[in-house]
Design a protein around this ligand. Structure first.
Ligand SMILES: NC(=O)c1ccc[n+]([C@@H]2O[C@H](COP(=O)([O-])OP(=O)(O)OC[C@H]3O[C@@H](n4cnc5c(N)ncnc54)[C@H](O)[C@@H]3O)[C@@H](O)[C@H]2O)c1
Length: 273
């Protein structure tokens, strides 16, 4: 018996990275999975792989920024599998175009700002909007949304992305509050640096090394680190947990800024003879 046996899940951004790992884990743990992605070929490859391994999956092409497209994603999933119990709103625009052009505010092009809000934040709201009526009809459900540590502390780039992700944290508490009595839980996972196609495209090795220096678990994260956390939050094992932002970051935000210097130099914060 799998940890999400008999449940139906949608995973947005399911064609790559964290979403892909979560689709594959959900399927191994007994869920029927809608692999939803704007990249049709990637969604199909993941869904085909799950089916070839004996699981249940369906590829759905979606643009999470479009209400019509999200409504169709939910309708297609419910039609195929008969219910909707789990929604993992994980898609964001991680393209190099966004990474390079989403800088500090004084040079911010409003089109970049609006696009980040459309895909990264509105996409999560639309997923919740269209999934919740089906979850209520089925007696409840679990929603997990992907935020980022950039929603919790300032950084030198991706200002619009960070603001959109911070919006997800608050949106999720509102969803958890509004629908808790109808059996719907809503939580957030906030990744640190996770080694996926997106971070591999964007992060030079010097930045990776620097981030690892500031991590209490001295490595970059793996897609499965997220997938196992999302599986727990999606399953009934976490039935008393709602409204949380859970950092999956190797301790990146758990310490004071001088940690890396102290660790490398061997110095202590209190004077010792
Ligand atoms: N990798 C990291 O270090 C990291 C850190 C913090 C947060 N995150 C977040 O984790 C999530 C997954 O990131 P990843 O690293 O796995 O990225 P990824 O690029 O490997 O996967 C993202 C997927 O989302 C899809 N996508 C993009 N725009 C879409 C749209 N409009 N509609 C539907 N699908 C769309 C892409 O096609 C892609 O398959 C994102 O929300 C990202 O912001 C990642």
């Amino acid at each position: 018996m799998g940890r999400v046996s008999g449940k139906v899940a949608i995973v947005t951004g399911g064609g790559s990275g964290i979403g892909r790992a979560t689709c594959e884990l959900f399927a191994r743990e007994g869920a029927a999975v809608a692999v939803a992605d704007i990249d049709e070929a990637a969604a199909k490859e993941v869904a085909d792989g799950i089916v070839a391994a004996g699981g249940r999956a369906l590829a759905v092409t979606v643009d999470v920024g479009s209400e019509e497209s999200v409504a169709a994603m939910v309708a297609t999933t419910v039609e195929a599998f008969g219910a909707l119990n789990i929604l993992f709103n994980n898609a964001a625009d991680t393209s190099m175009h966004m990474m390079v052009n989403d800088g500090p505010v004084h040079t911010m092009d409003v089109d970049i700002w609006d696009h980040a809000m459309r895909v990264d934040l509105r996409g999560v709201m639309l997923g919740c909007k269209h999934a919740i009526p089906h979850m209520i009809a089925g007696g409840g459900g679990s929603i997990v949304n992907t935020s980022s540590n950039q929603s919790l502390a300032g950084d030198m780039s991706q200002t619009a992305y960070a603001a959109a992700k911070a919006g997800i944290n608050t949106l999720s508490m509102s969803v958890a509050t509004a629908y808790g009595r109808q059996g719907i839980r809503c939580n957030v996972v906030s990744p640190g640096l996770i080694w996926t196609p997106a971070s591999q495209r964007a992060c030079p090795q010097e930045i990776v090394d620097e981030i690892v220096k500031h991590s209490l678990v001295p490595r970059v994260g793996r897609p499965d680190d997220l997938a196992f956390t999302v599986l727990f939050l999606a399953s009934d094992e976490s039935s008393y947990i709602t409204g949380h932002v859970i950092k999956v970051d190797g301790g990146q935000l758990a310490h004071l800024p001088h940690y890396a210097f102290m660790n490398e130099s061997g110095m202590k914060t209190t004077h010792q003879e």
